[in-house]
Design a binder for this molecule. Structure first.
Ligand code: FMN
Length: 190
């Protein structure tokens, strides 16, 4: 924690330029409470996870990922839903972050999840899978509020900004909870 400020590493599970989930990240950066700084950790240059590659030493994009995550106090994951689960690129990033086995770089870290999808589920199924994955990584997923941006085409303007008031309120509350919870965990660990 820098000067009492909660540093939050954000992973966006979509590489699409006009991604709604990247729009969600921009929104989160606007809504972040005082005493919190959210920064994106890019995942687009990561190679596919391969244990043979790992044995020769983490490639530079993997080292950068792990360093950026390790210096964070909390995680924010903006996830799309692909075929009822998270995207391959996000899973790949989490697989690298989970290594070496049992020494996940996000162990013990509070994690908040938001997601936007084209359909009516608003990433609900992807988020449930993500919670299961985070369990193995030892990150502690915030229970509420759940932020499911459904029918995303109707909830973002042409600049890619989230305009739906209910989603905005939920996102703001989630970030407040993440802030409070991270401070609490930090205090309890002395
Ligand atoms: C491979 C693939 C699978 C998808 N599967 C789902 C799905 O299971 N549920 C859903 O609501 N939308 C699904 N979609 C549509 C996404 O919700 C939509 O593409 C959304 O814009 C992705 O997020 P993004 O805007 O951040 O890239 C899928 C899209 C792709 C490309």
């Amino acid at each position: 924690m820098t000067n009492g400020r909660v540093e939050v590493a954000a992973l966006v599970g979509s590489l699409r330029r006009q991604s709604y989930n990247r729009g969600l990240l921009r929104t989160a950066m606007l809504l972040q409470p005082e005493g919190m700084r959210i920064y994106e950790v890019p995942i687009d240059r990561l190679p596919f996870y391969d244990e043979d590659v790992e044995r020769q030493g983490d490639p530079p994009p993997v080292r950068e990922l792990k360093t950026a995550l390790a210096r964070a106090d909390a995680l924010l994951i903006l996830t799309p839903e692909y075929n009822y689960s998270i995207s391959g690129v996000l899973k790949n990033a989490l697989d690298w972050a989970s290594r070496p086995s049992g020494r996940s770089v996000v162990r013990g870290m509070p994690a908040a999840i938001m997601g936007a999808a084209a359909g009516r589920s608003g990433t609900m199924r992807a988020q449930l899978h993500l919670r299961q994955i985070l369990l193995y990584l030892g990150a502690v997923a915030l229970p509420e509020p759940e932020v499911y941006v459904t029918f995303a085409a109707d909830k973002f303007n042409t600049l890619g900004e989230l305009t739906d008031q209910t989603s905005l309120d939920q996102a703001r509350q989630l970030l407040r909870n993440l802030h409070a919870w991270t401070l609490m965990l930090h205090a309890s660990r002395g």
